[in-house]
Design a protein around this ligand. Sequence first.
Ligand code: ZN
Length: 327
Amino acid sequence: MTNAPTPCPLPSAGAPHAATEAPNAAAAGSPAPADTSTAAPTSASTASPASAGSPAPSEASVQLTMLGTGNAAVTRCYNTCFALRFGARVLLVDGGGGNGILPRLEAADIALRDICDVFLTHTHTDHIFGLVWVLRMVAQAVNAGQQREPLHVYGHAEGLRALESICRLTLPGKVCRQFGAAILFRPLEDGEAFSAAGMQLRAFDIGSTKAKQFGFTLALPGGGTLACLGDEPFAERTRPFVEGADWLLCEAFCCYEDRERFHPYEKHHSTAQDAGRLAAGLGVKHLLLYHTEDADLPRRRERYSREASAFFPGPVLVPDDGESLWL
Ligand SMILES: [Zn+2]
């Protein structure tokens, strides 16, 4: 089901340059990429996008665009995946569950040609299948004569083997012939440093008991760090990588007050309250929540922010699909 394009209109519908949108009006008037006003829970619920075409705060800034923010079963938004743009180059992190990645990239004004690196966290359907489409479209463009730098696909070996196998089972041979040529799989070890889209990152094994999974930290070119915990609750073994991060990206399956309805713990996921406690304990500066249920998207930002903010004193961001912010 997640392979089908989801019917919900993106928040940026009608605005072709969604990738340049800031998360709310406060960000629009501020050149500071980490302006805490961009994430204040009280203003977030009434956030409105900045005007299209706003310039990057500085050449060292990284633009984070949430292409999808939902969990595996969502129907009103896309599965969680995001892009990190540094200059003209883009790192795509996961692909969501299917072809819906393509309209979301288009709405975010992210050209496939600009995606030079991909990071796959793990093999679950809501993360891996969108990448099949990305690889397909990249290979087809190269086959049609497009000049572009090779696409590097990073992840743990198990995940990359699964992705390549799915591609070989479902895509034409002439597409798969670009594997090893225009598309290069780059398996990473736990703790290994690598560069992507001109940025320095380090992958780490989150110790998942479900499917082997990597998170990563990113050294922001302008200073500070971003830590992506992947798709599971924090594991103590990853503390050295993520403690004190400037930006913590953390899954929040639902609000704690809705735990009896969505059963986050049975599915090995966190609540917004858990994420708030975690962010406080890790001493991070900003908390971004994703991979949520989609029962009430219009109120999601307000509700999740409020719950996490009861435990975490810093800014809490709960972006919608298509929203961007500068780091
Ligand atoms: Zn997931």
